[in-house]
Design a protein around this ligand. Structure first.
Ligand SMILES: [Zn+2]
Length: 273
């Protein structure tokens, strides 16, 4: 697979030492003003901000609240990130990608009707975006996420079958986060390998970290319950696809956590080019 590194401007020099072919800039809302002063040999991915002015983006939002933007506002904010991606890409190679989290958040469990309403709002919303100059990648969600110090439910874009329907309908690819997928599988007692087989051909970029239980995210290789020995041979069939490691705080100390994960997964057989 093709090595991508998660990066912010302040740790660019450290991450370039990994000799990645892709740089994935994790945006916060202030990055709409990001300026870079060099040209890059890499391809660009922007990971869209999850918050804007301390409020969550949610492309399937059922209405604005104190903590979540409306669907209309979210579409506007994602478009701004897309436009910034296109502008920054003048310094990079090839067509840029943008990764977006769909939202679909609720503080409490919601009923089936509301969940269906969220799910069905996604296609229309994405169609309102101008994605012609980017490779637009929606990312699958974990079942639970921590925002504003509380545990939220994710209600859309968890299951590979839903993702597959989305891809077919919009003719778009996805970013597949294997850790998020494992957490989802753990809540449903289903197999990650089965899910991966359903979606693998629609994946453009992978996020990798270990996962445990229902909300243990971003763990170091081997510290969770992911069956890497079964996953790695499948990933190796996708040698032209990119991946980035998402170990929690992996960027610290010159990317120590990222390096450890990369060393362990390549030792276990992942082919990286
Ligand atoms: Zn991810």
């Amino acid at each position: 697979m093709i090595l991508g590194m998660k990066v912010r401007k302040q740790d660019l020099a450290d991450m370039l030492l990994f000799k990645p072919k892709i740089l994935e800039f994790h945006f916060s809302d202030s990055d709409l003003n990001l300026e870079l002063e060099q040209k890059f040999e890499q391809r660009l991915i922007v990971h869209c901000y999850e918050y804007f002015e301390r409020k969550l983006l949610d492309i399937v939002s059922l209405g604005e609240t104190n903590q979540v933007h409306s669907q209309e506002k979210t579409i506007e904010l994602i478009q701004k990130a897309i436009d910034k991606t296109v502008e920054l890409n003048e310094l990079f190679q090839g067509k840029p990608s943008i990764i977006v989290h769909p939202g679909g958040y609720s503080l409490t469990e919601i009923n089936k009707e509301e969940r269906e309403k969220m799910k069905s709002g996604m296609i229309n919303a994405v169609e309102k975006l101008d994605t012609s100059k980017v490779n637009f990648l929606m990312e699958n969600m974990p079942p639970y996420a921590w925002f504003f110090g509380g545990r939220w439910h994710s209600n859309v874009f968890l299951d590979a079958n839903d993702m597959n329907d989305y891809c077919r309908e919009l003719n778009l690819k996805v970013c597949y986060d294997l850790c998020h997928a494992q957490l989802y599988c753990n809540t449903k007692q289903i197999s990650l390998i089965d899910q991966l087989k359903i979606i693998e051909d629609k994946v453009d970029h992978f996020h990798l970290s270990d996962a445990d239980d229902i909300d243990g995210e971003g763990l170091q290789y081997g510290e969770g319950s992911m069956e890497f020995e079964k996953i790695i041979p499948i990933l190796n069939e996708h040698k032209d696809k990119g991946f980035a490691i998402e170990v929690w705080k992996g960027h610290e100390n010159g990317g120590k956590g990222f390096r450890e994960f990369l060393e362990k997964i390549t030792e276990a057989g992942l082919m990286v080019n």
